[in-house]
Design a protein around this ligand. Structure first.
Ligand SMILES: [Zn+2]
Length: 172
């Protein structure tokens, strides 16, 4: 079955197929979106207990697996992001541009909080959760096609957070 239009049409027992470039195979391959079960751990090392969670994964026919998110977090945004970042015929230039926009805007959202800049805490040293939060916001702009306009606007108004993001990206 092909990917559903929206999350309302998503059936967790269904397997969804689409063709996209595989980074490992370096060619267009059939991929499957499905629910998988994966172990997770909680507690400290001694008392760690493993339990299974259901996650959304994309699996290439070569076996390469990428986890998208937990099943209960799966939203229209994730679905749109899969369609955007895995669309067939996406050129290398488009991929590089998306990568650049996501990296830059994630840093921009991070440095919007002046304290981060003042205290000299680099984006790369921020907590993983904070970084992911910023990446999520950046990906949203890219998927919704707003990244280019936002960047133009930030350059036009000489945004301090944006210059900081650029500086940071160059030195990373
Ligand atoms: Zn593959």
């Amino acid at each position: 079955m092909s990917l559903p239009k929206s999350i309302k049409g998503f059936d967790r027992y269904e397997h969804y197929y689409f063709f996209t470039d595989c980074m490992l195979c370096d060619c267009v391959k059939k991929h499957r979106l499905a629910v998988s079960s994966t172990p997770r751990f909680n507690g400290d090392e001694e008392g760690a207990r493993s339990y299974n969670v259901e996650v959304i994964t994309i699996r290439c026919s070569c076996g390469r697996i990428k986890t998208i998110c937990d099943l209960d977090e799966f939203s229209d945004f994730h679905l749109d992001a899969i369609k955007h970042f895995h669309r067939r015929g996406r050129t290398q230039e488009e991929e590089d541009q998306d990568h650049y926009n996501v990296s830059l805007l994630a840093r921009y959202f991070y440095y919007l909080d002046d304290g981060k800049y003042e205290k000299n805490i680099k984006f790369s040293s921020a907590e993983r959760e904070t970084q992911e939060h910023c990446y999520f916001a950046a990906r949203r702009r890219v998927v919704e096609g707003e990244a280019e306009d936002l960047i133009k606007e930030l350059i036009a108004k000489n945004s301090h957070a944006y210059s900081q993001a650029q500086e940071d990206y160059k030195n990373d």
